[in-house]
Design a protein around this ligand. Structure first.
Ligand code: TYM
Length: 324
């Protein structure tokens, strides 16, 4: 079954990206899986060219360090495969302005910025192109991407109805726990690459003592009852969810094992350190040699074979003539 997912090189990776996405990518890894570093998406916000280039390489190294084997799955950079931007244009002419302005992430992000880039509005269409180019069935993502996936499904169906059966209609696959990891200092806000919240964010690159400090200072509540309840106790629910996701169990089972928040926090930081330290060590080793550029070139070549065929099908269906 074809799997596709992507991640933006827009900041340092955190435990939300790992639990919400990358850990699932590793679990879904087969020769039919395509994982993409979506550098074109990162251009929707201001970023220095050198920083974008550096982050693209960093993210590639993290993905491999976390367990994606580029000899099994296809790992590549979005801009290396020009069909993404090309298909996005065709789909922009299928999407409506109204549905794009109604997207939650656009409303939230555009409200915080001056000089909002047009790309921020059309971003979900580029994301739909990413997915549809690969005849994708499953898209492993965190919960925040659900609305974007709905749009991708709608655009696929609308295109198919208008121009004939062209695209596979994909579905989002989110993890049972930790599909939305919240900021440790403000559990009503999502942990995010682009929002600076040093104490609220556990980065994959954090050392053991930083992880322990951040978890021990995580905001909970004062009633002290070990109950998994997102509405009344979001800080605690967030910790229980992360615990369950790292351990591969259920947040209620974790809650039943502990009486005191302090004990839960201590064991959660131990579990995190145990899970993340080997990944960070592999990351540092990968950054020391530059074999990744070759890996990404091979990935782009493999991705292009699939993407070019789908793009040609869509271009034909919509009425473009073929150049010589
Ligand atoms: P991005 O780069 O913001 O995030 C990458 C992945 O991490 C997940 N994620 C989280 N999961 C749980 N808790 C969190 N706090 C958290 N923060 C982030 C995201 O859900 C995502 O799975 N638009 C996408 C990138 C993209 C893409 C695609 C994804 C572009 N094209 C095609 C899938 C398929 C994004 O900005 O993700």
């Amino acid at each position: 079954m074809r799997v596709f997912s992507g991640i933006q090189p827009s900041g340092d990776l955190h435990v939300g990206n790992y639990l919400g996405a990358i850990k699932q990518w590793v679990a879904a890894q087969t020769s039919d899986a395509f994982y993409c570093i979506v550098d074109l998406h990162a251009l929707t916000n201001p970023v220095e060219p050198e920083i974008l280039r550096e982050r693209t390489r960093e993210i590639a190294a993290w993905i491999v360090a976390a367990g994606i084997d580029p000899d099994v799955s296809t790992l590549f950079v979005q801009s290396h495969v020009p069909y993404h931007a090309q298909l996005a244009w065709l789909l922009e002419c299928v999407a409506s302005y109204g549905e794009l302005t109604r997207m939650t992430q656009f409303k939230e992000k555009s409200a915080l910025q001056d000089g909002v880039r047009a790309g921020l509005l059309t971003y979900p269409v580029l994301m739909a192109a990413d997915i549809l180019l690969y005849d994708t069935a499953d898209v492993p993502v965190g919960d925040d991407q659900r609305q974007h996936l709905e749009l991708a499904r709608n655009l696929a169906e609308r295109f198919n109805n208008r121009y004939g059966e062209t695209f596979q209609v994909p579905r989002a696959v989110t993890p049972a726990s930790a599909a939305r990891v919240m900021d440790l200092q403000d559990p009503t806000r999502k942990m995010s690459k682009s929002v600076a919240s040093e104490l609220g964010t556990v980065y994959l690159d954090d050392r053991a003592d930083a992880i322990a400090r951040k978890i021990s200072k995580a905001v909970t509540d004062t009633d002290g009852a070990m109950v998994y309840d997102w509405d009344r106790k979001p800080g605690l629910a967030n910790l229980l969810d992360m615990f369950a996701a790292f351990e591969g169990s259920d947040p209620r089972t974790v809650a039943a094992r502990y009486q005191r928040y302090g004990d839960l926090k201590r064991e959660l930081s131990e579990l995190m350190v145990e899970s993340l330290t080997p990944i960070a060590a592999r990351y540092r080793a990968l950054r020391e040699n530059d074999a990744l550029d070759d890996v990404l070139a091979r990935g782009a070549a493999k991705a292009s074979v699939v993407a070019s065929a789908t793009y040609a099908r869509a271009a034909q269906a919509i009425g473009l003539t073929r150049g010589r």
